[in-house]
Design a protein around this ligand. Structure first.
Ligand code: PMP
Length: 436
């Protein structure tokens, strides 16, 4: 396809212009504005399996999959049916329901460190609650996080935070008082010496360390051997809690948490995305003695009108049931491996130095000779070729995350044919990028 065949999206353009008059930046979450890829966003009308359709009727092979929530792909029949059935019985009660108990039981069985679990409505609420719990339980104020890890947009995390902020190059957000972040210590992911330094300086004052066990918000960066073990060890020695933020990694690699794969037991875990099957959900869980600090049992306040929502729990349960019965994990990991190997070969043949990090069914391409194992290295990646790749693939019907610092997600609905098509188009684009 030549550039003259570029897809035109008049309806998306009109909608974006209108949206900007009424919604700040025209979007309800910043990365959706396509700011870092220099084009206008497509407005999405529908999705099915591995594909989405924009308002102009053009289809795209989707590697965003609602930022990892849709591990089964779009509009999976079992999930849609469960949602329809639940919706017909009432959308929300603000009261206890059987399905909440069923979902909590299923999740706790799959992730044994979760002795008790509370459902909330987003990952942000889950991490916010987790650090509140940690602070209450330890009676300490300081928290340690890692640069490039993203834990949602609660104020204490917005210190050199990742995700969208990385793209905008802002070290933190306006509107967050210095007093609120004064207790947030930031260390470098995969850097043992920065962890040691943080513990030497602040160890006895730390309520918790919070980490994405596989970082996926600065692109995918896997933990170096020994890194997570070090966190566990220093937390235990210093009586600080270890929180694994598994909002992305939970149920992404197998039917459970990444923690079972790496063999490290955190004190608290946060979840989201996949456990809601595409509807708004989050969860915080862990040791009983910590979880029992939550109201109404304990003194830590936390609540939510739509927490444990009956439609969201139906979508989550349906998704988890399909994952458990069909075990699509080996297939999606193999597909992702095909993609990664294929891109490496294309880049090699084109004489282009790139790195691709893969963890299970997620991966990220960095225009960087690598290895890309830290936030600093991520930041030395070349953004311009990613921008070209993104735009040219979009025109060819492939929808990547609209930022060089996000994970690409492969779902159980993706097929070998989808992957072959993607590789063919990437090859075509790479020729252009390297020639240009
Ligand atoms: N933690 C992690 C690891 C995430 O990736 C995200 C969102 N991408 C969050 C927390 C926040 O979740 P939400 O967007 O549902 O608030």
């Amino acid at each position: 396809m030549s550039i003259s065949e570029k897809k035109s999206s008049p309806k998306s353009e009109t909608l974006f212009a209108k949206a900007k008059t009424i919604i700040p930046g025209g979007v309800n979450s910043p990365v959706r504005a396509f700011g870092s890829v220099g084009t206008d966003p497509r407005f999405i009308a529908r999705g099915s399996g591995s594909r989405i359709w924009d308002e102009d009727g053009q289809d795209y092979l989707d590697y965003v999959c609602s930022w990892g929530a849709l591990i089964l792909g779009h509009a999976h029949p079992a999930v849609v049916e469960a949602v329809q059935k639940a919706a017909a019985l009432g959308l929300t009660f603000g009261a206890a329901t059987a399905r909440e108990v069923e979902l909590a039981e299923l999740i706790c069985k799959a992730i044994p460190s979760l002795r008790k679990l509370r459902l909330v409505s987003s990952g942000t609420e889950a991490t916010m609650t987790a650090i509140r719990l940690a602070r209450a339980f330890t009676k300490r104020s300081k928290i340690l996080k890692f640069e490039g890890c993203y834990h949602g947009h609660a104020d204490p995390f917005l210190v050199k935070a990742g995700s969208g902020l990385l793209t905008f190059g802002n070290p933190s957000s306006a509107g967050v008082p210095a007093s609120v972040t004064a207790d947030t210590i930031v260390a470098s992911y995969n850097d043992a010496s920065s962890v040691e330094e943080a513990f030497q300086k602040f160890g006895p004052e730390l309520a918790c360390v919070i980490v994405e066990p596989v970082a996926a918000n600065m692109g995918v960066v896997t933990p170096n051997p020994g890194f997570l073990e070090l966190l566990r060890k220093r937390c235990s020695e210093n009586k600080a809690l270890l929180i694994f933020d598994e909002v992305i990694t939970g149920f992404r690699f197998h039917f459970g948490g990444y923690q079972s794969l790496c063999g490290i037991v955190p004190d608290l875990t946060t979840l989201g995305k996949i456990i809601g099957g595409g509807l708004p959900i989050g969860a915080v869980g862990g040791r009983s003695d910590i979880m029992e600090q939550l109201a109404p049992l304990g003194p830590v306040y936390q609540a939510g009108t739509l927490s444990g929502n009956p439609v969201a729990t139906a979508a989550g349960l349906a998704t988890l049931n399909v994952l458990q019965s069909e075990n699509p994990y080996p297939k999606i990991e193999r597909l992702t491996m095909t993609l990664v190997k294929g891109i490496k070969k294309i880049a090699d043949d084109a004489g282009k130095k790139i790195s691709i990090n893969q963890a299970g069914s997620m991966c990220s391409l960095f225009f960087n000779p690598g290895p890309v194992d830290s936030f600093e290295r991520v930041m030395t990646s070349d953004r311009e070729p990613f921008k070209k790749l993104f735009n040219q693939l979009l025109d060819r019907g492939i929808y990547l995350p609209p930022s060089p610092f996000e994970a690409w997600f492969v779902s159980a609905a993706h097929t070998d044919r989808d992957l072959s098509f993607t590789l063919e188009e990437i090859e075509n684009v790479f020729r252009g990028i390297t020639a240009g």
